[in-house]
Design a protein around this ligand. Sequence first.
Ligand code: G3P
Ligand code: CA
Length: 292
Amino acid sequence: MKDFFSALLMVSIAFGMFTGPALAAQDGPITKQQQQKMINVAHRGASGHAPENTMPAFQKGVEMKADYIEIDVQMTKDGKLVIIHDATVNRTTNGTGAVKDLTLEELKQLDAGSWFSEKYAGEKIPTFEEVLDAFRGKTGILIELKLPERYPGIEEKVAEALIERNMHKPGNKKIVIQSFNHESIDKSKKLLPLLPHGVLLGDEWADVTDEQLAEFAAYADYFNPTLSIVTPELVDRVHAAGMKIYPYTSRSQEQAYELFSLDVDGIITDYPEHVYDHPGKKTIVNNTLDLL
Ligand code: G3P
Ligand code: CA
């Protein structure tokens, strides 16, 4: 037994000598500490691996240990909330037509998986409630109100579904509501004042002023821009305004590295493995992520 402890001590000393210098000269740009701090958002689910905005994509995001799944909420002709990105079903199903012109029953007939791979043939468009019930407590949910200007009353319906499930309470850090439509977010924040909200920003916001940031901060907790406009200065100014910043959409390892170096708070990505450890992907070597 004494020999065992001596051996253990030797290994510990050797490991300490090994890890020390490696921390000073990292093999890669991401340390384990940086990785653990970074919020990992699976965009439309882990949409690099399964058809976007479907249950398998969300499940994959959970399996890959993403902190959040991101979902796009729209409304059917008969007023039901559904999860789909485009204004029409044309790209991601075998049907045609605008989401707002189809009933839930009609949408549920469609195949939302085959376009991605035959493996997912027959996958259905999920409802908002189905996603809440399946994933609450298992992962965070970043809810995007998609094209809310097309769907009068969508903010109230989203709020109702969350309140019914008691998912609107203080301290609930795992539900965030965001949109490119900032008026809609202002409205939603008034309906759900205890939940964090975010504004989404495209390229046209590259020159956002401090005054505009302050206006956003009056109702938003997150400033989530397209990754192409993110600079170290922007990150600092967003933080100074009291908001967090989760850029979208990282689709390569290089983009994820770049966002790590910009010191953002979270990364919205189709590939959670670029941000996080998961079985079979990366190894932590010398306390540094070996992602290459
Ligand atoms: O969460 C940010 C991102 O989803 C915004 O863009 O077009 O993928 O909904 P989009
Ligand atoms: Ca989205």
